[in-house]
Each structure stands twice: as C-alpha cells, then as structure tokens.
Design a protein around this ligand. Sequence first.
Ligand code: ATP
Length: 330
Amino acid sequence: MHNITLVKGDGIGPEISDAVLKIIETAGVKINWDIQTAGADVIAQEGVPLPERVLESVKRNKIALKSPVTTPIGKGFRSVNVQLRKELDLFSNLRPCYNLPNVKTRYDNVDIVVVRENTEDLYAGIERQIDENTAESIKRITRSASERIAKFAFDYAVKNNRKFVTVVTKANICKLSDGLFLDSARKVAQNYDIPLKEILVDNCCMQLVQNPNQFDVLLLPNLYGDIVSDLCAGLIGGLGVAQGANIGTDYAVFEPVHGSAPDIAGQNKANPTAMLMSAIEMLNYIGENDAAARIKSALFRTLEDNIKTADLGGNASCSGFTDAIISRLV
Ligand code: ATP
C-alpha cells in the first residue's frame, strides 16, 4: 500500500482527478490517497490558498499527484503551484513531450524532454511598484540552482539514453543572469560524455515550430521553460495531453502542464490524458511499472480506437473517455 497525497485543485482539477483515481483503482494499484484541497476555495475557511496541512501531507508521503490550481492574473494571491514547488524545493520540472497514437499533429516523431528550473528566475516573485506608472520584477539566477538543474538534465539524459542537451537562454541580452545559467551548464557538461548545445530562446522557438525533430533534451531557466513547455505541448496535440513532474531531492509532485482551464470547468469536457500521463510516470517512479504499462496501453488503445475528447477533435466526454480507458484495461 502506497501513501500518496492528492491535491485536487480547482477548475477542471476535480474532474480529471476523479477520472485518474478511478483508472488507477481499476488497475488494482493499492494507494491510500491523502486528499488535500488548495486554492481560492479554501481561503474562506483557512485564510490562505496553500495551507500548511498540504505541505505537511506531501512531506509525510513524499509523493503527490496534483491537478491544477487557478492562479489569479495580474492581482490576488501568488501561484499555489509555484509556492508548492518552492516550499518543497522541487527544483526540477520535467516535461517529456512525444506524439500519442492517432492524435493528429503537424509533426511526427516528436520526442523532446523539457527540463525547466523550478525555483528562481522571474518566478521568485520579487516585484515592486516604484510609482503608479513603474513596476519592476527581479530576475534572480544563482550558480547553485543553475548547476543543480544542469546536473539533473544531464543525469536524466544519461539514464534515458538521450543524445544531447540543449541549453536555452537569452544570454546575449541578459548577460549576467542568463550568462550565469549558461556558464553553469557549460561547467556541468564537462563532467559528462553527452554533448551540450546552446541556443537563444527566440531562435529555439522558431526552430521548434519549423523542425522539432532536431531537439532532444532542452534545459531552460524557469520562465523560458514555462513558455517553451506550452509550445512543445502544442507540437504534440495541446495542453490536454502534456504531462509533467516536479522532482526535488526529497519529494516529487506529478502534475499536468496545463492550468485549471476555467473556460471548460464543470462541463465534463476536460481531457484527463495529461493528468493520466503524469500519474503513469508517478506509478513508474514508485515502482508500479506493470500497472503503469497496462494503463498506458489502455490509454493508447482508446486513442487508436478514435475515442477522443473535444480538444483532440473527438466528441467523448471526460467521463466517457475515462470509461473507455477502463474498459480496455487488462
Ligand atoms: P496556467 O497559467 O495556470 O498554467 P494557462 O493560461 O496555461 O494556465 P490553461 O488553464 O492551461 O491556461 O488553459 C489554456 C487553454 O487550454 C484553455 O482554452 C483550456 O480550456 C485548454 N485546456 C487546458 N487543459 C485542458 C484539458 N485538460 N482538456 C481540454 N482543454 C484544456
């Protein structure tokens, strides 16, 4: 029996969480779920969007599966997602992007792994209002965090037989901050046989949409990592299928790349694939490889049978798609 925290989130969070839980339960994996709520809805009772009990739960269980929590735009509380990653020192954000069967995309054979630094850069939230018409955000980059994420990217590349790592920066403009990130990657690369390539983020975006097959592992600071992750999600069928994991030294939190999608929340339209793919990686992480493989195969066969949610051009509901996966589980 595994003890795992489930952060249910808001927006489409509860729907896709319920879908994934049902699939994992049917696959026969014994998990004692410690279900935690977070976000705008808990502020009324507990005063904060990320109560201490959520952090304590993840610290106790070491592993969490998390669905998205809405981040208010331009005002309101800081991102719960970002706060969780910082508080638990989940320094690496790992987002493998590859084509799924029968999901129509512009390119075949996309196989890119985005490794995004998760704790600093503009996400440190160091901002100030100088006067009514002027605001500043500090882009904070440290050598220790940059070397640690570079090492993670190279270790991942070695372990997963990847051919090279490309570090993505804007070091020609942000000479000090991105320069430090780049320099750290170069230093770390000296300890590995895998080559390091370098590219500027603007060129990287253009190259990705022109020929994504030229990339392997991408190593990025936090903000570029966020943006390029969504671009890569677009290459493989959109946010509904893009998985992710936040991994630190002590804890790991698995969550889809997408946000809470308030535009479709509560309508039984959400695609649970991104959350399910994240959960499959979680199952592999805890050693439930057989169940992970069976669930993945059921998901792939569902897509091959042309059962798809609206974001992929189909007409299955979230629950209909979930039931179709369950009926293919062996
Ligand atoms: P955040 O900044 O919190 O990551 P976001 O701005 O990236 O959020 P999302 O909430 O991810 O925005 O939604 C972006 C678009 O993608 C919306 O139109 C949403 O409906 C769609 N979308 C996101 N996730 C899914 C999903 N699982 N299934 C179907 N559509 C989705």
